[in-house]
Design a protein around this ligand. Structure first.
Ligand code: BTN
Length: 242
C-alpha cells in the first residue's frame, strides 16, 4: 500500500467520522486520521470509547479492499493482528487477541477495533490504550494500557509508526492471499478457543464452549446441550479462563 498522508487533529467527534468524510472525497487507501481527543468516540455495539486528551492512540485508516462490504469484518482481524504484532515487537509484551476485535495483554484489553463502511471504502478505527494510568471504572478490571504494563511513559507516535508498518504488511498479505493466512495468525494469537464463553448477540445470550472460528471469522460455540452455533457478530461478555 503506498504511503498515504496522515491527517492530525486536536479534537474531533470521532476519527472514524473524519475518515468517512475523507473517503467520500476520494482519499487514497492508507490515509490515516489521528486525533488527540474524541468527543464522540465509538466502541463496538454502540458503546462509547472514552480517552482523555493526548493520552492514547486514536486512529482511523481508510482501506479500499476488493471485497464486498459484508466481508469488511475481516479487516478487524487484519487490524487486530497488526496491533498485536506492533505491541509485541516494539514493546516486548505478549499480545493476544480475543474474538471478535479485542487486543489483550495479560488477559486485559489494551486495544479495540471498530470497522465501518463508507462510500465504497472501509474505515478501520483503532484505539490503543497507551498512557492511561486510570481507566474508566466500568473497565478498570478488564483493561490495561502500555504504560501500566511497562511502567514508563510511551510516545504515542512510536505506537502509531509501528502499527502503520504492521498494518501495511498484514493488509498486503491479506490482499495477496485472502483471509486464510490472517485467520491462521489470529488463531495462533487467540486466547478464546477452548474457553467457556457467554456471548451477547442480537439481544440473546449464548453460553457454551468456543470451539473454533469459521472461514468468515464467525465464532463457533458448542452449548451444553450439544448444539453448535456460529456467531457472526456479538461480544463475549464472560470468558471463563481455565
Ligand atoms: C471496541 O473495542 O469497542 C472498539 C473501539 C474502537 C475505538 C477507536 S478510537 C479511534 C476510532 N474512532 C472511534 O470513534 N472509534 C475507534
Amino acid at each position: 500500500m503506498p504511503r498515504a498522508p496522515i491527517h492530525r487533529f486536536e479534537t474531533v467527534t470521532s476519527t472514524n467520522d473524519i475518515a468517512k468524510e475523507l473517503a467520500a472525497d476520494g482519499a487514497a487507501e492508507g490515509t490515516l486520521v489521528v486525533a488527540a481527543e474524541q468527543t464522540k468516540g465509538r466502541g463496538s455495539r454502540g458503546r462509547c470509547w472514552i480517552s482523555p486528551l493526548g493520552v492514547n492512540l486514536l486512529a482511523s485508516i481508510i482501506l479500499r479492499p476488493e471485497i464486498a462490504p459484508d466481508r469488511y469484518g475481516e479487516l478487524a482481524f487484519v487490524a487486530a493482528i497488526a496491533v498485536a504484532r506492533a505491541v509485541t515487537d516494539t514493546f516486548g509484551l505478549d499480545c493476544r487477541v480475543k474474538w471478535p476485535n479485542d487486543v489483550r495483554v495479560g488477559g486485559k484489553k489494551v486495544a479495540g477495533i471498530l470497522v465501518e463502511a463508507s462510500h465504497g471504502a472501509a474505515v478501520v478505527g483503532i484505539g490503543v490504550n497507551v498512557n492511561s494510568t486510570v481507566l474508566p471504572e466500568e473497565i478498570s478490571r478488564s483493561a490495561t494500557s502500555l504504560t501500566i504494563e511497562l511502567n514508563r511513559r510511551i510516545e504515542i507516535d512510536e505506537v502509531l509508526n509501528a502499527l502503520r508498518d504492521e498494518m501495511d504488511a498484514v493488509y498486503a498479505e491479506y490482499s495477496r492471499s485472502g483471509f486464510g493466512p490472517v485467520l491462521s495468525e489470529w488463531s495462533a494469537r487467540q486466547d478464546t478457543l477452548g474457553q467457556s464463553v457467554t456471548i451477547e448477540t442480537g439481544g440473546e445470550r449464548i453460553t457454551g464452549t468456543a470451539t473454533g472460528i469459521d472461514e468468515r471469522g464467525g465464532l463457533i460455540v458448542q452449548t451444553p446441550d450439544g448444539l453448535v452455533s456460529t456467531v457472526n457478530t456479538g461480544i463475549i461478555v464472560d470468558l471463563e479462563l481455565s
